[in-house]
Ligand binder design. Structure first.
Ligand code: HEC
Ligand code: HEC
Ligand SMILES: [Cu+2]
Length: 404
């Protein structure tokens, strides 16, 4: 759905139509006049010239001035519209597009990065263009904007989407084998949707178990901080002793996975001494086995945060162009695949020497930060150093790669 009713496309189209229209009129006018005169004054009818007119001031003035004016209007119209493409409205949202072999990265003022250009509709967008390696060119046909991204030069385009939708972006400058992969899109979102998208993402660091405890209302009866109320606190349960009554008989248990499982699935079978049997039982329809496990892990202090790291790392690989060169499915083209990287022995070339080593944390860190010091044998030294990533991001990527 590429609507052309947007300011930059209209400006360019109007000039095109004007110049094309004028040219077409002139072409038709001159052709018709030529044919008419050729036929009318053909040799068989007028073997000799019938006029010896020399010079006509008016005629000459007209055919000099008129074309001059026409050409000047083309210039004026083209120029004003061109400056319109270069003069960015004041309230534009500024986004930086970085082109590199072979993907685009868009960076927002708040530091967020994406591999598609998400923009709100009805808001002018100024896209700063940069390249980290070779010549690329930002081309958004629906907005009629195209400009080269050249290493060392900061330049820009601007556009404004007037309708939500997805609009193509191409790289319009041949930049190597992956050139054709440099397609992405402008995702123009309605204002409300954009607001949701651009909200600072809260990385979900809350362990699943805690989320479940809150969602199912467990925390309505149980505190998590040690304070006792109508129900025992669920604070630091691991290894604690409990006096429980089973069918009225008192006994003592050590809190472990099995105990907790029973306490949640059938709370009234074993009552914690001193409390009333008021806890509802949770069967697997209300609390899935998986969530039950998450709750138990959380209560026993075994909380895996790996989950959130993994999601992050995936996004990092996507948004930083790694996937543009590296595959995750085992296919190899211009760069080694990430699949199975942790189990691999790599042959690398360092200072012209070949050596084989095991992939580990240190190796991966070097591969990311100084990719050209140790080249994987058989591959070219084209990987950009990922030194613009934060330490945490590098760490997350390394941990993620080790799990591939
Ligand atoms: C209506 C209040 C109430 C709700 C809601 C409730 N509980 Fe309980 N829970 C109790 C009471 C009272 C006891 C102590 C009596 C017993 O053992 O049943 C208890 C006991 C427990 C015990 C054993 C604690 C110990 O110290 O040995 C665990 C574990 C537990 N609840 C987990 C949960 C979880 C998980 C949920 C939510 C899925 C939940 N409870 C929801 C009231 C509640
Ligand atoms: C322009 C293409 C390109 C991009 C973009 C790229 N790489 Fe690479 N990468 C390569 C090539 C080629 C090699 C092999 C040569 C070398 O060792 O530098 C490589 C090597 C690696 C290695 C070592 C692989 C092995 O099998 O030992 C890792 C790890 C790696 N890249 C991770 C990344 C990450 C993470 C990103 C994104 C931040 C990234 N790369 C971006 C091309 C790229
Ligand atoms: Cu390119």
């Amino acid at each position: 759905m590429n609507s052309l009713a947007n300011p930059t496309a209209q400006a360019v189209d109007n000039v095109l139509i004007y110049i094309f229209g004028v040219s077409l009129l002139l072409l038709l006018g001159i052709t018709v006049a030529t044919i008419y005169l050729v036929v009318k004054y053909r040799r068989s009818k007028y073997p000799e010239p019938t006029s010896d007119c020399h010079g006509n001031m008016w005629l000459e003035a007209i055919w000099t001035i008129l074309p001059t004016l026409i050409v000047l209007t083309m210039f004026w119209y083209g120029w004003t519209n061109y400056t319109g493409l270069r003069e960015v409205p004041d309230d534009a949202l500024e986004i930086t597009a970085t082109a590199r072999m072979w993907s685009w990265q868009f960076e927002y003022p708040d530091g967020r990065r994406a591999n598609k250009l998400y923009v709100p509709v009805n808001k002018p967008i100024k896209v700063h263009l940069k390249s980290t390696d070779v010549l690329h060119s930002f081309f958004a046909p629906a907005f009629r904007v195209k400009r080269d991204a050249v290493p060392g030069i900061d330049t820009y385009v601007w556009f404004e989407a007037t309708q939500p939708g997805s609009y193509d972006i191409f790289c319009a400058e041949y930049c190597g084998v992956g050139h054709a992969d440099m397609t992405t899109s402008i995702e123009a979102l309605a204002e409300a949707e954009y607001a949701t998208w651009s909200q600072p993402q809260q990385p979900s660091t809350e362990p699943r178990g805690l989320t479940v405890l809150n969602e199912l209302g467990c925390t309505g009866c149980h505190s998590l901080d040690g304070s006792e109320g109508i129900a025992p606190s669920l604070f630091e349960l691991s290894g604690q002793q409990r006096k429980i009554s089973v069918d009225g008989k008192l006994s003592e248990v050590t809190i472990d996975v099995e105990y907790l499982r029973r306490a949640i699935r059938e709370p009234n079978a074993e009552l914690v001494e001193g409390y009333d049997p008021m806890m509802p039982s949770y069967d697997d329809a209300t609390l899935s086995d998986e969530d039950l496990q998450a709750v138990i892990d959380y209560l026993l202090g075994k909380v895996a945060e790996a989950e959130s790291v993994q999601i992050n790392a995936n996004e990092l690989l996507e948004n930083n162009g790694c996937i543009g060169c590296h595959s995750t499915d085992g296919s190899e083209s211009i760069a080694p695949t990430f699949k199975g990287i942790a189990e691999r022995e790599v042959t690398i070339i360092r200072d012209g020497q070949e050596m084989t080593l095991k992939v580990d944390v240190d190796y991966l860190r070097r591969a990311l930060l100084k990719p050209n010091e140790e080249l994987v044998k058989g591959f070219p030294g084209i990987m950009p150093a990922a030194d613009y990533l934060s330490d945490d991001e590098i760490e997350a990527i390394i941990q993620h790669l080790l799990k591939q």
